[in-house]
Design a protein around this ligand. Structure first.
Ligand code: MRU
Length: 357
């Protein structure tokens, strides 16, 4: 099976399906999303995860949850729509794609507010069709953005390079291709013999369970390491570039990504290795000024030693601290790869220009 054909979110025959990523690498299981609780739970429990895939799930999820609404008028429809929107927005706080996709869906509804020249029932049906089309657009645009990031990203890499990555910003974290894994897939098609090091990514092991699984299936040379081995691998001279994804980039170029990313960036800086962050424009939040303003998700500390293990890996009730993300300061990011091109520091300026264009 071609791993690039395994979509994290599918909408087929009026059904919304989510690849349950908590079952990987063992089982490839799709779950049907029928209620807003299903969608919320899938996002919160990381059945669907990765910023762009969360955005895609939010789009289809919102549509599926409002398509049965039978409202008496626009205001009533809008009120019910907003209840679902706000509920889904409470599932995870850091990846801005969640809020970006939900806002796009809201904007889509609002366009019909003044469509009073037709019977309301016709408008209601049209709103629903427009919402499905918007969800489809979010997915299709993300696939195109990832392909473009792959092409741009590949210009930074050379055949035979050693590449280290953290977490999973691959095909199942996006509509297709991934963000930072996209150049590896495209390079592989062209015969580049990359040697990839995948950090396991404690505590939920997205690197081990997902990145190693994706890349191995694609036939890309991949070595799994524990997070605390990145330094020795760099010291050994095996890493020519680091590529990572992003959950939210602030207007000044500070980027939040999976916990541990900032440590990898600091190590790369120390060893003189370029550190590239792959950030679709849907992940850039210009309303967030700096990394200090990014809401970092704190998760249940039992994830560190209990929830995923057959027996406790630490004494029951131990005090824990389990932030899901950290912020890599802009100064450690060599370049930011977007679907519109590669941004160079100072990012405050290059990000502003990107959006003005
Ligand atoms: O907690 P997760 O698995 O949703 O975290 C995912 C990441 O940190 C990814 O690197 C990021 O979302 C980019 S995905 C293209």
């Amino acid at each position: 099976m071609d791993v690039l054909n395994i979509a994290p979110v599918r909408y087929e025959e009026d059904k919304m399906l989510i690849l349950d990523q908590t079952q990987l690498p063992g089982d490839t299981i799709y779950l049907e999303m029928q209620t807003k609780e299903d969608v919320w739970d899938a996002i919160y429990k990381l059945k669907v995860r990765g910023a762009p895939a969360i955005g895609v799930a939010a789009g289809y999820g919102l549509y599926v949850c409002v398509r049965e609404i039978k409202a008496a008028d626009f205001q009533n429809f809008y009120r019910q729509f907003m209840e679902v929107k706000e509920y889904l927005a409470s599932s995870r706080p850091t990846a801005v794609n969640l809020f970006w996709a939900l806002d796009r869906m809201e904007h889509c509804v609002k366009q019909f507010e003044t469509a009073a020249d037709r019977p309301w029932e016709e408008t209601q049906q049209e709103i629903k069709r427009a919402l499905l089309a918007e969800a489809e657009a979010i997915r299709i645009e993300d696939e195109k953005a990832c392909r473009a990031m792959g092409e741009y990203g590949l210009t930074l890499l050379k055949p035979g390079m050693g590449i280290l990555t953290h977490c999973n910003a691959g095909t199942i974290a996006t509509a297709k291709y991934g963000t930072c894994l996209a150049p590896l897939y495209i390079g592989h098609e062209k015969g580049y013999d990359f040697k990839v090091f995948a950090d396991e990514t404690r505590p939920l092991l997205q690197g081990a369970r997902l990145t190693a699984w994706e890349l191995k299936q694609a036939g890309i040379d991949t070595t799994l390491i524990c997070d605390n081995m990145a330094s020795i691998v760099m010291k050994n001279g095996w890493v020519d570039a680091v590529v990572v994804g992003c959950d939210r980039m602030a207007a000044n170029g500070d980027g939040a990504n999976k916990i541990g990313t900032s440590g990898v960036a600091i190590l790369a800086h120390e060893y003189g290795i370029p550190f590239y962050m792959f950030v679709p424009t849907s992940t850039i939040d210009r309303t967030t000024k700096t990394g200090e303003d990014i809401h970092i998700e704190l998760r249940n500390g039992e994830e560190i030693y209990k929830l995923w293990y057959a027996k406790n890996m630490a004494p029951e009730g131990i005090k824990t601290y389990n932030p899901a993300f950290d912020v890599t300061p802009a100064k450690y990011i060599t370049a930011v790869v977007t679907e519109k091109g590669i941004l160079n520091p100072p990012y405050e300026e290059s990000i502003r220009k990107l959006f003005e264009e």
